[in-house]
Design a protein around this ligand. Structure first.
Ligand code: CLF
Ligand code: SF4
Length: 298
């Protein structure tokens, strides 16, 4: 609540449904799936579907161009008075597919100057855009950081694509993890609120979660969202070739308990789709599909 928060931070979180548990009862977010490209491979991701770093994996979102997305946001804003946040959470990586992310945010903020802009990224490309990001009034960024240890990272990320080259194994993980920490530091330095998402993968990164929680707190993350791996072999979202299962509710709760006293935990995440619309846990996306929108929205 406001008691333990400085006024500038409170102004940013009070109507953001993901950053304030209280706000999620009253304020809505919408995602537009404008960013399909991704620069890394996570072992739990099936590229045909949404980025499982932020969204529920195994669903196909309605992909939009920045122009289509802006039309949709304006139509939703007119119909859903609780709308306070526009997020870009894939279906790939919003910072890597930056041209489309920026075009969408620019088109929307021209017409809806009060809407909060939010994005989600694996952090690899984000430092390249930190100046533009800061200038664009983006107050909220989610970074997915699953481990601090490159050896563990190599089990999660088979490859990354960085500066025109493909990297694999521990070398790839070392680059990615360093860029994630750099992203966190740059964002905090610029006064942008950072939520860190970690996908909890039993037997892979659970042992390092407490230390990760402490480090992201020390570096200034506002929230830590420890999300369960959702394993859905039917959608190819099981973990790599090992078919790793997701954590049980008790395993997730145990890790969250262990993190008490570290970075504040988000506990109301609904792992929403990359094209979700409405209050958290509610998805009104189907009401606003492109074919339902008027041709020109003024
Ligand atoms: Fe979207 Fe993510 Fe912004 Fe929220 S969702 S980009 S921070 S506006 Fe929220 Fe959905 Fe959980 Fe994400 S409940 S998946 S944490
Ligand atoms: Fe998939 Fe997201 Fe990982 Fe990219 S960052 S591979 S889209 S889960």
């Amino acid at each position: 609540g406001p008691a333990d928060m400085d006024p500038a931070t409170w102004a940013k979180v009070k109507d953001h449904p993901c950053y304030s548990e209280e706000a999620h009862h009253y304020f809505a977010r919408m995602h537009v799936a404008v960013a399909p490209a991704c620069n890394i491979q996570c072992n739990y991701c099936n590229r045909k579907y949404d980025c499982s770093n932020e969204s529920r994996p195994g669903v196909v979102s309605e992909r939009l161009t920045p122009d289509q997305a802006a039309r949709k946001v304006i139509a939703v804003a007119a119909a859903v008075p609780q709308l306070s946040v526009l997020g870009i959470a894939g279906p790939g990586d919003a910072a890597y597919d930056w041209r489309k992310t920026k075009a969408t945010f620019d088109a929307v903020s021209d017409r809806l100057p009060d809407i909060k802009l939010c994005l989600s990224s694996n952090g690899l490309a984000l430092p390249d855009h930190i100046d533009e990001l800061t200038a664009m009034r983006i107050d909220h960024v989610t970074l997915t950081i699953n481990t601090l240890d490159p050896e563990v990272g190599a089990q999660i990320y088979p490859w990354i694509y960085y500066q025109g080259k493909r990297h694999e194994g521990v070398e790839a993980a070392r680059i990615l993890l360093a860029r994630q920490m750099q992203s966190l530091e740059l964002l905090v330095e610029r006064g942008i609120l950072v939520k860190v998402n970690s996908v909890l993968i039993p037997g892979i990164n659970d042992a390092g979660m407490l230390e990760l929680n402490k480090v992201v707190k020390a570096k200034g993350a506002f929230l830590h969202n420890i999300m369960p791996l959702i394993s859905d072999p039917a959608h190819g979202t099981h973990f790599g070739l090992t078919g790793q299962r997701g954590p049980t509710a008790a395993e997730l709760a145990a890790v969250q308990e262990a993190c008490a006293g570290g970075a504040n935990l988000m506990r109301h995440c609904r792992q929403c789709r990359a094209d979700a619309v409405g209050l958290l846990g509610e998805d009104r996306g189907q009401e606003f599909n492109l074919d339902q929108l008027p041709e020109v929205v003024e």
